[in-house]
Design a protein around this ligand. Structure first.
Ligand code: AMP
Ligand code: GLY
Length: 422
C-alpha cells in the first residue's frame, strides 16, 4: 500500500520507521517530514500545507492511507476532508478530535460516561466573577487549563490562591490566545503518570505497550513542563490490574461513548493517566500518538504497523497485524537545546549520529534541518536517542551510552529518564 505521513517531528520519525518496516507498505511519503524521516519516506511534492494540495497529491500518487501525526490538522478537520474525497485516513474526525482540542469537551464527555478524572469546573471569560469566587472555595495545589490547543503549555499548577487568580486573569487576557478564553479548573491529582496508546477503528480498539513520559525540563521532575524530555516502555506502574481498570473504566466507555454520541473515534486515542493506589484517572486525552512516548513504544512494536493502521482506518482492526509477544524494553532520551521550553538558540551542527547507529541505538529526529550537507539543530527538542533491549536497565544503558557519542552546542538532556522504574 502507498502511504502519506503528515507531520515532521520525532513522533513522526518513529511512525515512519515502523511503517517502513511493515511488510504491507510500498511507497511511503512524508509531508513535511524532516531529515531523519526523509531517509526512508521522501518528502511529498506538496506545495504548501493546504488540504487541497494534500488531496491532489494523494490522488495523483495512488495513496491508500494517510497517517496524521500532529493534533493541529486533526482539530482543523483534515480527516473529514480527505474522507469526503475518498481517501482513507488514520486519525479522528474534527468532532472526535475535540477530546484533545477542547479540554472542556473532554471533561464533560468523561462526566457523561463516568470515566474517572479530576473533579472540575469550566469557566469562560464572561464568568470571570464566578470563577474568582470559585477559586476561594478550592483546595491547593489547583490545576488551571486552557480549553484549547496550546502546544502542551496550557496547563498551570497553582500552589496558592494569589497565583491561581493571576493565572486565571492572564488566561482570560489572552495568555494562550483564544485557547485560554475558556478555562478548566480542576483538582490536583496525586500519583504516578503513565500513557496508554489505543489504536481505534470507531467501534473497537487494541492497546500498544504502556509507557511513561518525563514532562518536566529538569532531573527529579523539577523545572517547567515541556512537550516531554524522555520516555520508556513498557511502564511497570501499569500492572495487569491497572490495565484491566483502564480497559473497563476508561477505554471501553470512551470508545463506546464517542460512538453513541455520533462521533466514532478512529485513530490513536492517547489516555494520559494518573495512577494512585492502582486506580487510574484520566489527566488528559490526546487524539494522536504521544511524543516522545511513540519513539519508545514503536521501537518495540512487532507486527505489521501499516496493516494495523490501515485496518483501523477501514473500520475493522486486524488483530493479526500486531504480535503481543514482544518482551523488549525501550527508552528514549530527548536531546534538547539548552533553554527549552523557553528561549533557545538553534542552528548548531550535530555530530555522532552515524557512530551511534552502529551500536544498535535508534536516533529519531525531532528538530533538525540540513544545510549544505550538514545536519543542524532546529528546535527545542532536537533528537530522541532510543535504546532497545531485553531489560529496561540495558535499554537505558544503551540510550545513555549513545547520548555520549552525540554532540552539538547547547545540547541539554535529563540524566534520570527511566530511573524511577528501575
Ligand atoms: P495535560 O496537558 O492536561 O496532560 O497536563 C500537562 C501535565 O500537567 C500533565 O502531564 C501532568 O503532569 C500535569 N497535570 C495536569 N492535570 C493535572 C492534575 N489534575 N493533577 C496533577 N497534575 C496534573
Ligand atoms: N508526551 C505528551 C504528549 O504527547 O502530549
Amino acid at each position: 500500500m502507498n502511504i502519506l505521513l503528515i507531520g515532521g517531528g520525532g513522533r513522526e520519525h518513529a511512525i515512519a520507521r515502523a511503517l517502513r518496516l511493515s511488510p504491507s507498505s510500498d511507497n511511503l511519503y512524508s509531508y513535511p517530514g524532516n531529515p531523519g524521516i526523509w531517509q526512508f519516506a521522501p518528502k511529498a511534492e506538496i506545495q504548501k500545507f493546504d488540504f487541497n494540495f494534500i488531496i491532489d497529491f494523494c490522488k495523483s500518487n495512488n495513496i491508500n492511507l494517510v497517517v496524521v501525526g500532529p493534533e493541529k490538522p486533526l482539530a482543523d478537520g483534515i480527516t473529514d476532508i480527505l474522507i469526503e474525497n475518498g481517501i482513507k485516513v488514520f486519525g479522528p474526525s474534527k468532532q472526535a478530535a475535540r477530546l484533545e482540542s477542547s479540554k472542556g469537551f473532554a471533561k464533560d464527555f468523561m462526566a457523561r460516561h463516568n470515566i474517572p478524572t479530576a473533579k472540575y469546573k469550566i469557566f469562560s471569560e464572561e464568568d470571570k466573577k464566578t470563577a474568582d469566587e470559585y477559586l476561594n472555595t478550592c483546595k491547593f495545589p489547583l490545576v488551571l487549563k486552557a480549553d484549547g490547543l496550546a502546544a502542551g503549555k496550557g496547563v498551570i499548577i497553582a500552589q496558592e490562591i494569589q497565583s491561581a487568580q493571576q493565572t486565571l486573569d492572564s488566561m482570560f487576557d489572552g495568555l494562550f490566545s483564544d485557547a485560554g478564553k475558556t478555562v478548566v479548573i480542576e483538582e490536583f491529582l496525586l500519583g504516578v503518570e503513565a500513557s496508554i496508546l489505543a489504536i481505534c477503528d470507531g467501534k473497537d480498539y487494541i492497546t500498544l505497550p504502556s509507557s511513561q513520559d518525563h514532562k518536566r525540563a529538569m532531573d527529579d521532575d523539577l523545572g517547567k513542563n515541556t512537550g516531554g524530555m524522555g520516555a520508556y516502555s513498557p511502564a511497570p506502574i501499569v500492572t495487569e490490574s491497572v490495565m484491566n481498570k483502564v480497559h473497563e473504566k476508561i477505554l471501553r466507555p470512551a470508545i463506546e461513548g464517542m460512538r453513541a454520541e455520533g462521533f466514532p473515534f478512529t485513530g490513536c486515542l492517547y489516555a494520559g493517566l494518573m495512577i494512585h493506589d492502582e486506580e487510574p484517572k484520566v489527566v488528559e486525552f490526546n487524539v494522536r500518538f504521544g511524543d516522545p512516548e511513540t519513539q519508545s513504544v514503536l521501537s518495540i512494536f512487532e507486527g505489521d504497523f501499516a496493516k494495523l493502521l490501515y485496518s483501523a482506518a477501514c473500520g475493522k482492526i486486524d488483530t493479526s497485524a500486531i504480535k503481543n509477544s514482544s518482551n523488549k524494553h525501550a527508552c528514549c532520551v530527548i536531546l534538547a537545546s539548552e533553554g527549552y521550553p523557553d528561549e533557545y538558540e538553534k542552528g548548531f551542527e550535530i555530530t555522532g549520529i552515524e557512530e551511534v547507529e552502529k551500536t544498535g541505538a535508534i536516533v529519531y529526529h525531532s528538530g533538525t534541518r540540513l544545510n549544505e550537507g550538514k545536519l543542524l539543530s532546529d528546535g527545542g527538542r532536537v533528537l530522541g536517542v532510543t535504546g532497545v533491549s531485553t531489560t529496561l536497565k540495558t535499554a537505558l544503558e544503551q540510550a545513555y551510552n549513545a547520548v555520549r557519542k552525540i554532540n552539538f552546542s547547547n545540547m541539554y538532556f535529563r540524566k534520570d529518564i527511566g530511573k524511577k522504574a528501575l
